[in-house]
Design a protein around this ligand. Structure first.
Ligand code: PGA
Length: 252
C-alpha cells in the first residue's frame, strides 16, 4: 500500500492567484507525489483550478458533503456534483465541523451517501484533551462506532480513518503528538475497527495522523505505524508539503 498524503487546505488561501501559486509549487514536484497516494482538499471555489493546474499532482478531495445525491438545495453542494468533478475522497467529521455542532449520527449519514456515490470517506476522529485517566480511549471508540454506524460489515475496505487529536491541530510541530504515543493510538484504533468490522478488514483500513505535521516531525511520526498524514497548514507551503512527502517515502 502506498503511503497517503492529503493536503487539507481548509478555508485557504484567500485568492485564486495564491491558489495558483501553491499549485505551481506542487506541480513542480509531481514526480514525487506520484510515488504516494496524494490528495488535495481545496475549498470548493478552487476545485476547477486544482483540477486544471494541479493535474498530475493528486486527486481531488471534498472537505464535506451535503447528504443528498442531487436536487434543488440552495447553498449546498450535493454528491453528484462532487462525483462528476472527479472527487475521489471526502473528509467527514473533521473536528472543525464537529465544533460547529456536527454529530457522529450526521457523519454516519454522510458516510452512507458518500459510499453510495462511490466516494471514499475519510473519517476524522480525535479527542479534545489527552487526559491523564485515558478517557480519550472511550471518546475515540464512541466516535468510531457512532460515525461508522451506517456502514455494512463488508464495506470496511472502502474507508480511511484520520486520527486528529484536536489539541494538536493548527499548532507547531513540537505541539503534535509524539510518535510512541501515536503508535499506541494506532493500535487502539485498529483494535476498535476490528470489533466494528473484523480483524482482517481492520488491518486494511489506512490510518492517517493529522495535527501539526510539519517537515521536522513527519519522519518521526511516520515511525508510529500510520499509513500517512492529513496535513493542514503545511499543505499551503509547497516546500513544506514536499518535505513531508519525502519523509513518508524515507525508509530510515
Ligand atoms: P494542521 O491541520 O496540520 O494545521 O494541524 C490538520 C487538520 O486539521 O486536518
Amino acid at each position: 500500500m502506498k503511503s497517503i498524503i492529503v493536503g487539507n487546505w481548509k478555508n485557504h488561501p484567500s485568492s485564486p492567484e495564491e491558489a495558483s501559486r501553491i499549485l505551481r509549487g506542487l506541480k513542480a514536484q509531481s514526480r514525487l507525489y506520484k510515488k504516494l497516494s496524494t490528495f488535495i482538499a481545496p475549498p470548493l471555489p478552487y476545485f476547477g483550478l486544482v483540477k486544471e493546474k494541479g493535474r498530475g499532482v493528486g486527486a481531488l478531495v471534498a472537505q464535506d458533503l451535503f447528504p443528498v445525491y442531487k436536487g434543488s438545495h440552495t447553498g449546498n453542494v450535493s454528491v453528484d456534483i462532487l462525483k462528476n468533478f472527479g472527487t475521489k475522497l471526502v473528509i467527514l467529521g473533521h473536528s472543525e465541523k464537529r465544533q460547529l455542532g456536527e454529530t457522529s449520527i450526521q457523519v454516519a449519514e454522510k458516510i452512507r451517501v458518500a459510499l453510495d456515490a462511490g466516494l471514499i470517506p475519510l473519517l476524522c476522529i480525535g479527542e479534545e484533551v489527552h487526559d491523564t485517566e485515558g478517557k480519550y480511549f472511550e471518546i475515540l471508540a464512541g466516535e468510531l462506532r457512532a460515525s461508522l454506524g451506517s456502514m455494512k460489515k463488508n464495506e470496511g475496505e472502502k474507508l480511511i480513518v484520520a486520527y486528529e487529536p484536536i489539541w494538536a491541530i493548527g499548532k507547531k510541530a513540537e505541539d503534535a503528538m509524539d510518535s510512541a504515543e501515536l503508535s499506541q493510538m494506532v493500535i487502539f484504533i485498529k483494535k476498535t475497527l476490528g470489533e466494528i468490522f473484523d480483524r482482517k478488514t481492520a488491518e486494511k483500513i489506512p490510518i492517517l495522523y493529522g495535527g501539526s505535521v510539519e517537515p521536522v516531525n513527519a519522519f518521526e511520526l511516520k515511525k508510529s505505524g500510520v499509513n500517512g498524514f492529513l496535513v493542514g497548514h503545511a499543505s499551503l507551503q509547497p516546500k513544506e508539503f514536499r518535505l513531508i512527502a519525502e519523509a513518508l517515502l524515507k525508509k530510515r
